[in-house]
Each structure stands twice: as C-alpha cells, then as structure tokens.
Design a protein around this ligand. Structure first.
Ligand SMILES: [Zn+2]
Length: 152
C-alpha cells in the first residue's frame, strides 16, 4: 500500500506572534559593489556574457542563461535612456497604508541591455515611451542615487 502523501494543506501549522529583533548587514558582492559605485558616479554599468552575449543591467555574478561567471569581466557604461516596457501605479506603502501621493513604478529596458530594471517613473507613463534617467544631486552609492526616469 502506498502511504498517503502529506501535502502543505494537511500539515500541522503553527503560528508564533511577536517580533524578532534581527539585525543584519547585506553584502552586495563584487558585482553589486561595482554597480552601486557606478550609480554614485551617475553611471549605469552593465556586463555582457562572453558566451551568449546577454547584457545584464543591473549586472549579475553569473549569466542566468548559460551560467557563465561574469565577475571578472569589464563593465560597460550604458546610455542613460531606455524604453518603458510596463508600469504600475503604487497606492499603498509596504505595510499597506495609503500613500499621500501615489507614484508610478516602471519596468525599464535600458538601451544596450537585454534585461529589465525597476524604478520610479515620473510624469504620465505610456508603454513604449522613451525615458531618460534622473539623478539626485547628492549620491552615496544607493539605488536611490537614481531618482527614477522621465519621458526623454
Ligand atoms: Zn550567458
């Protein structure tokens, strides 16, 4: 006789209420470090896989298509324009509270890249619209050094 498979639906569940005071530091790694230093210098750095020619922005440590290691390669600077491939309007914060000012979050394919990048989009977005990067005057090596994108 074959034993009944246990599934997630009939497994006993337990709930623990409360807060866990966990503090951690996230390391961005070799490739992430180059990417964030690039943003600090108003540069959008990408890496191209030497085996399958996929260009990643943001850059990756390994090619997602062929698993080639990409850490020791030369990074190239992309132009600061791209195409808005999709977008959504954000009405709630990460805790579910209504925002005073909703904003648009876009899926952008930066020119010269084969991958997509999420960031804020200013103005009235339209799919297929050419966009250009907007930078903050004060930058510290963060994703928010880039304010977002607006119509080019
Ligand atoms: Zn590849």
């Amino acid at each position: 006789m074959i034993p009944k498979r246990r599934t997630m639906t009939d497994a006993p569940t337990h709930e623990v209420k409360g807060d866990f005071p966990i503090h951690f530091h996230y390391t961005v790694g070799i490739v992430g470090e180059k990417f964030f230093y690039g943003l600090k210098d108003k540069k959008m750095l990408a890496v191209t896989c030497p085996d399958c020619s996929t260009t990643y922005f943001p850059p990756k440590m390994y090619c997602e298509d062929c698993f080639t290691e990409l850490t020791d390669l030369e990074f190239k600077e992309l132009p600061q324009e791209g195409t808005l491939e999709s977008f959504t309007k954000v009405f709630l914060d990460h805790r579910g509270n209504p925002l005073d000012e909703p904003y648009h979050l876009g899926l952008i394919k930066v020119d010269g890249s084969d991958t997509y990048f999420f960031h804020r989009v200013f103005g009235e977005p339209e799919i297929g619209m050419k966009v250009k990067a907007l930078w903050n005057d004060e930058r510290k090596g963060s994703l928010f050094d880039l304010k977002g994108f607006e119509k080019a």
